[in-house]
Write a protein that binds this ligand. Structure first.
Ligand SMILES: Cc1cc2nc3c(=O)[nH]c(=O)nc-3n(C[C@H](O)[C@H](O)[C@H](O)COP(=O)(O)OP(=O)(O)OC[C@H]3O[C@@H](n4cnc5c(N)ncnc54)[C@H](O)[C@@H]3O)c2cc1C
Length: 405
């Protein structure tokens, strides 16, 4: 394995970096910096339009659909630079989850109807998989979709929970049970549902960071045209697995971890104890170094997968390891920021329904610009070892695949 990027990839990095330098406006940067879940829809819409105008609205899609056909390494560089520049890295449910499934298994009508408005920033999506009694054990989901007598519409009844961004979503991709007579995984289908349909109720869940991005979604006799079923009935489980496998390395949250580590360092350079910068105190610098080493190790694991190095271990076990380590580091690095802030971390910055990006004054010595959002982010990251596959479940996968237990 080479330890350097090629000159072409480095040139590409400079091009991307320059673009973000010129196009990430202060409002976008502020929402990203504060880690709002979600930022206002209009801010997201305008930001997506900026990316789309440059042809980078969904770089990971095939070129034929408006993507780029970049190599995995270039997509990695792009995302690293985007996150580093505090560009908004949001709305993955549509671009990274629904779209790859519709591209691979949807029909031409679905591709032409749903992909262009998403790319242009005019529609937002949510993911309706989890239910009150079906999270880790997703195959036991109970939301039912039955064809009506005319055979033209599915009638959907049930409840979803923890649906991120349901409140700003125009559409949702849902896993629903269309057949109760076969084994659980075989009776699940993948349905695209208009969130404005009669019978849908979205009830926000306020999370520990004060955000209102999560929701319960109730579906009561919701009529969904049959044309909105992706692929074959009963194949939803296979498609869901496909979408989770598409982004094998994203579970490491490497871009987030690197950026937040730099923020922790920046805070520790400015915060002082008895006139000494925190970063120069042995206890703090030792802790910071330990986390930095772990992040570097994680980054190399990601790069190994991206450069298609032959792996000694089962790839699915490696991906689960990335998720476990990446999510733990998300918690450690945000905790480091909180500890660096000391009492300043105690102030609550409202990320609820009426929030605005905070615009601290440079002259505000008590609450400098690096304070807002740090504790919100710390609290939100408590969930990182749960969403996208809970830690214990990932460890079960590792035990099974890597060690045959
Ligand atoms: C912030 C956030 C955003 C989310 N966004 C979405 C979204 O947009 N769409 C969506 O569909 N879902 C979403 N989820 C839901 C998420 O996928 C589930 O929370 C997750 O899969 C865990 O399921 P659960 O909450 O039912 O917990 P459970 O599965 O009930 O797990 C509870 C605890 O038991 C442990 N456990 C479970 N099974 C085992 C086992 N076999 N062995 C050992 N331990 C086990 C788990 O590790 C966990 O600690 C989100 C969750 C969060 C927290």
């Amino acid at each position: 394995m080479h330890f350097e990027f090629s000159p072409e990839d480095e040139a590409f990095r400079q091009e991307v970096r320059q673009f973000f330098k010129e196009n990430v406006n202060p409002e976008v940067a502020r929402y990203s910096f504060e880690g709002c879940h979600p930022p206002p829809r209009e801010v997201l819409r305008q930001w997506q339009k900026v990316l789309h105008a440059r042809g980078w609205g969904a770089p990971h899609w095939p070129e034929a659909f408006g993507g780029t056909d970049w190599s995995p390494l270039r997509k990695h560089i792009f995302l690293e630079e985007l996150v580093n520049a505090d560009g908004l890295d949001y709305g993955w449910q549509g671009t990274h989850m629904m779209a790859p499934v519709v591209i691979a298994f949807g029909n031409t009508w679905q591709q032409e109807t749903f992909l262009p408005p998403l790319l242009a920033g005019d529609t937002f999506w949510c993911q309706g998989f989890s239910e009150p009694n079906a999270g880790s054990d997703l195959a036991s989901l109970r939301t039912r979709a039955e064809l009506d007598e005319a055979g033209t519409h599915y009638i959907v009844n049930g409840q979803k929970i923890w649906t991120s961004d349901a409140k700003i979503a125009d559409w949702g991709f849902f896993l629903v049970r269309t057949d109760t007579t076969v084994k659980p995984q075989r009776g699940i289908s993948f349905l695209l549902i208009d969130m404005k349909s009669p019978g849908i109720t979205v009830r926000p869940i306020i999370s520990i960071d004060g955000g209102d991005g999560l929701a319960e979604v109730f579906l009561e006799n919701v009529r969904v045209p049959k044309e909105h079923l992706v692929g074959e009935p009963g194949m939803g489980w296979t498609y869901a697995k496909y979408l989770l496998e598409k982004e094998r390395t994203s579970s490491a949250f490497i871009y987030f971890n690197k950026r937040e580590l730099e923020k922790a360092k920046a805070i520790a350079r400015l915060e002082k104890i008895d006139g000494v910068a925190l970063i120069d105190t042995p206890a703090f610098s030792r802790r910071l170094a330990a986390i930095e080493v772990d992040i570097l190790g994680l980054e190399w694991s990601v790069l190994r997968i991206l450069s298609k190095e032959t792996l000694r271990d089962n790839i699915d076990a490696v991906v689960s390891t990335l998720k476990v380590r990446g999510s733990e580091l998300q918690q450690q690095v945000t905790e480091l920021q909180i500890d660096a802030l000391g009492p300043r971390a105690l102030r609550f910055y409202d990320h609820g329904p009426n929030r605005k990006a905070h615009e601290p004054s440079a002259a505000d010595e008590l609450w400098p610009a690096y304070v807002p959002g740090r504790s919100n982010m710390y609290f939100f990251q408590r969930a990182s070892t749960i969403y996208g596959g809970a830690r214990e479940v990932q460890k079960n996968i590792i035990a099974k695949l890597a060690f045959g237990l």
